[in-house]
Design a protein around this ligand. Structure first.
Ligand code: BGC
Length: 907
């Protein structure tokens, strides 16, 4: 009988059964489950075998609690090979538990693995782009009209037998979708995603065994500009030449027959291509399909006559940027039906999806005459006239067009475009139905939160939707207007919240490669990543923006224990600090500040820019010193710790008065000084008091912008002012989080005043209704309102701090599926008792700080009905904190109850 400790959720490189890994030292991880209290792993045994069952690695029984990032050392992985692995665990008492298995499969591993596959493209010299049909009289939106058609590419392949195994390795400079005999390969969207293509193009690997049999097959590809050569950012040029001028495809199909022999098909000059039915395709502007122009059978029939098609041109055979996908691609994860349909004319309706989302519409059209043109426009909000409000999209046309073939029922869904919208207008035909498809990088959801205030729940939902819609291959500022860039500050302030909502480890560690690729050779991190053009030193490296290059790797280390990413980023992190230090010998960061955006979009409370900059300089330097200690770089640790001390001293001298006033006297100024530890001990309380007065004098309202807002509630809580943090959370007057909620927001707005009762919509030049930065309060909802936090010195959720702060709420609950497994908390206060349920996964321990509400009978605290002192696995600790009981617990489920006299709450 094995013991009950059970490994599950096995991952390789933090992904479940990944296909096409190029990492030579993949990291294997698992979680543990056990209903018993106080469980942990005392030992494990890891075995790795190749497909035929031959063991290539056996760790033997290793006395270790490690469950994360275990590398089978000494194994040299072969390319294109599936490895099976099993892990067996031993529990805290040394009893053998269960065994679990999984697999991963390597990709081509090295550039040479691509063999003679070449990049192929449309040749404008032999095959001029076809003009739209002359018969079409209606004008097109200008920027959609100036975008290119998607290319149709094909190749017929005849197999001599049904394969035992087949893999397709494929990618594009641009965007592609592959098919075999008309059936789409995989379900990924917008592949290969956006990276700094000059350095890295990710490729996808598909198991296409089931799609192939003996005889002829058509390999078909649709190929479009995407991030590679379409409209990008707010640059009016197209092709903007950030990366390239026209899209290119590369593919390698490897077929293995039952007798072990193989056959390979690659992209080469024998492929043929044409302009088909996708007359225009652009990520930002939209897409136009003319169904009449789809060559019948082009992607299905081997006998299709492609004599009119053109040969492709071989662009090059450079394989050095190709790398197996590192994170989950974008996928359609949900379908949303309209909640409202308003008919504005016989052939025009406005659909309300009820949610500002990111993705595209799927239209179904019935009984339309051939050549009927349907126009789909998208908007986040409606104007007072009930029509789509599109001014805030700036030059993004966000328009899709479909010209019908004349079949009784036709379905249209654009392929290579994505819009941010709640409303869609469909014009052109009376009988149309539509649904929205939600798209984002397909990261596992790991967090849930709920409390007794429905407005706060809506806020949490808005934060999550903001994350979903803006994590589309890279973390973007916004998904709708002509921008959609990976702004670094937006990301770093929101990243702690993002980690609670979804498993973002591989998403962020992959994006950090783009951040490092974009780093200037002299050390400045870019403001956006992937960069569009080489960063110019006078424009890059803004305080709190560039700092993401330091803070995000550290966050990944803290949350996931991701030491390898920290190692890989460390050199870049030090170069960033060195760059600033060298330009600011007095340690006040006032030179080399790039654009210096300050506390972006604050409300009438401009924090002096050098206060903000110097505070970040100190913070990032401290983090680099911490990282150096963690990684064992003792000399660097000393150097950066000393530098951090010097910066702190400079900050105090330059900006802190004897009474604790921080220059500017803004909320953000105090937040930075307090949360980055920049004040001498005797000035901490005065600064907390000044922060409190800065909040009170605005009537319990915040004035913080992107930078300050992330620190607001956590800093107040840390300094004993949960009351004020809750007051800000529950505030619904402008400016506040709930102001937007009360005004119908279903995502987080870019600005506190995106829409106000007193001034209407903000200027459309910068007014997105889906920007996650101001949603950085999500972290505090999980960590403090619900009480799921990690202790200060802990990594990978080994030491939890369960310290819920009820404020004047009646209940809250959260679940966070950490790298060690789910942590849950649920507390409630009814008329007679306060209850706190806590669940801790094996391998973790928690300090539980039980807040005693007014009227609590402190002498009668119980755990699962047993007096606290006698509860198994619970150790009560002394605490000087008033109205708090503190105890330590190991893994397991606990229910703490305290009787309460005369407490009735609302809200
Ligand atoms: C973006 C931001 C970004 C900012 C830089 C804006 O256009 O939308 O979110 O951080 O520029 O100041």
């Amino acid at each position: 009988m094995p013991g009950t400790l059970r490994p599950y959720a096995l991952t390789c490189e933090h992904r479940v059964t990944p296909l096409g890994l190029d990492e030579p030292r993949p990291r294997l991880s698992w979680k543990l489950a056990d209903a018993r209290r106080g469980q942990r792993q005392s030992a494990y045994r890891l075995q790795v075998a190749v497909e035929e069952g031959t063991n290539v690695f056996d760790s033997g029984v290793v006395a270790s609690s490690d469950t994360l990032d275990v590398v089978p050392v000494g194994v040299t992985l072969a390319a294109a090979t599936r490895y099976f692995w099993t892990v067996t665990v031993w529990d805290a008492d040394g009893e053998e538990g269960e065994t679990a298995s999984s697999w991963f499969e390597t990709g081509l591993m090295r550039p040479e693995g691509w063999g003679d596959a070449v990049w192929i493209e449309h040749d404008p010299e032999t095959a001029p782009q076809a003009a739209p049909p002359a018969a079409d009289p209606l004008p097109l939106p200008e920027r959609l009209a100036s975008s290119s058609p998607a290319r149709l590419m094909r190749k017929v392949v005849t197999l001599r037998a049904t394969p035992a195994k087949a893999r397709l390795y494929v990618t594009a400079r641009g965007l592609y979708r592959m098919s075999i005999n008309g059936n789409r390969v995989g379900a990924d969207e917008l592949t290969p995603g956006w990276t700094d293509y000059r350095h890295r193009v990710l490729y996808q690997t598909y198991d296409v065994t089931a799609a192939l049999s003996v005889g002829p097959h058509v390999l078909g590809a649709l190929l479009a500009d995407g991030w590679w050569s379409g409209y990008l950012g707010f640059d009016p040029r197209r092709p903007a030449e950030h990366y390239g001028t026209r899209p290119q495809l590369i593919a390698r199909l490897v077929v293995t027959y039952g007798d072990g022999s193989t056959e390979t098909v690659v992209t080469d000059s024998s492929w043929r291509e044409t302009t088909g039915h996708v007359l225009h395709s652009d990520l930002v502007m939209g897409e136009m399909h003319d169904a009449r122009r789809e060559p019948e059978g082009w992607d299905r029939a081997a006998t299709f006559d492609d004599a009119e098609w053109s040969p492709v041109r071989v662009a090059d055979h450079d394989h050095h940027t190709l790398l197996g996908a590192l994170d989950e691609p974008v996928r359609v994860t949900e379908t949303v039906e309209p909640v409202g349909v308003t008919r504005r004319a016989d052939d025009r309706v406005i659909l309300d999806l009820g949610q500002n989302l990111v993705g595209r519409m799927r239209l179904t059209v019935r009984d339309a005459a051939p050549g009927t043109r349907l126009t789909l426009r998208h908007a986040e909000v409606l104007g007072d006239d009930g029509e789509l409000y599109t001014a805030n999209l700036r030059s993004a046309e966000a328009t899709d067009l479909y010209v019908t073939a004349g079949r009784p029922v036709e379905t249209f869904e654009p392929v290579f475009t994505v819009h941010g919208f709640r409303y869609a207008e469909v014009t052109g035909h009376a009988d149309v139905t539509a649904v929205a498809l939600v798209m984002h990088s397909d990261m596992p959801t790991v967090g849930e939160f709920e409390c007794s205030d429905p407005d706060v729940n809506r806020l949490w939902s808005n934060i999550r939707w903001g994350q979903r819609g803006n994590f589309v291959s890279v973390p973007t500022d916004c998904p709708q207007r002509d921008e959609r860039l990976g702004w670094l500050a937006d990301t770093q302030v929101f990243a702690p919240t993002a980690c609670y909502n979804a498993d973002v480890q591989s998403f962020f560690s992959r994006w950090l490669l783009d951040v490092m690729d974009g780093q200037h050779e002299r050390g400045a991190f870019p403001d956006v990543a992937p960069v569009l053009d080489r960063p110019a030193l006078d424009r890059e490296g803004a305080p709190a923006w560039g700092d993401a290059g330091v803070l995000v790797p550290w966050l990944l280390y803290r949350v996931y224990g991701d030491r390898r990413t920290l190692e890989r980023c460390f050199d870049s992190m030090t170069r960033w600090i060195d760059w600033i230090a060298e330009g600011n010998p007095d340690r006040v960061w006032s030179n080399r500040v790039g654009h210096n955006y300050g506390d972006w979009l604050q409300v009438d409370a401009q924090t002096p820019r050098d206060v903000l900059a110097t505070a970040y300089f100190a913070r990032s330097t401290d983090v680099v010193a911490d990282a150096a200690e963690t990684l064992g770089h003792a000399d660097a640790a000393l150097t950066y710790r000393k530098l951090a001390t010097d910066i702190r001293d400079a900050f105090r001298t330059a900006f802190v008065a004897d009474d604790g006033t921080v220059a500017g006297d803004t909320q953000t100024g105090y937040l930075l000084a307090l949360s980055f530890g920049l004040l001498p001990d005797h000035l901490v309380q005065p600064a907390v008091d000044k922060l409190a007065s800065a909040i009170l004098r605005t009537g319990n309202r915040l004035t913080t912008g992107f930078v300050g807002v992330a620190l607001l509630c956590p800093t107040l809580s840390r300094h004993g002012r949960d009351d004020l943090a809750h007051a800000l959370l529950r505030q619904s007057e402008y400016p506040s989080w709930l102001y937007s909620v009360r005004h119908g927001a279903t995502t987080i707005w870019e600005r506190w005043d995106g829409y106000t009762e007193h001034a209407g919509f903000q200027a459309p030049t910068m007014n997105s209704f889906n920007h996650y930065a101001l949603g950085s309060v999500g972290e505090w909802l999980y960590a403090r309102v619900a009480g799921i936090a990690q202790a200060d010195d802990s990594t990978a959720f080994t030491e939890l701090l369960v310290a819920p702060a009820p404020g004047d709420l009646c209940s809250a609950r959260a679940r966070y599926d950490s790298v060690r497994g789910p942590v849950t908390t649920a507390w409630s206060l009814d008329g007679t008792r306060f209850t706190l349920d806590v669940s801790v996964p094996p391998g973790a321990r928690a300090t539980v700080r039980l807040p005693l509400p007014v009227g609590a009978v402190a002498g009668d605290v119980r755990e699962s009905g047993v007096p606290l002192e006698q509860a198994p696995g619970v150790t009560v600790e002394d605490t000087e904190e008033p109205n708090v009981i503190r105890c330590r617990v190991g893994s397991g489920d606990y229910r703490f109850t305290v009787p309460v006299r005369g407490s009735e709450r609302e809200g």
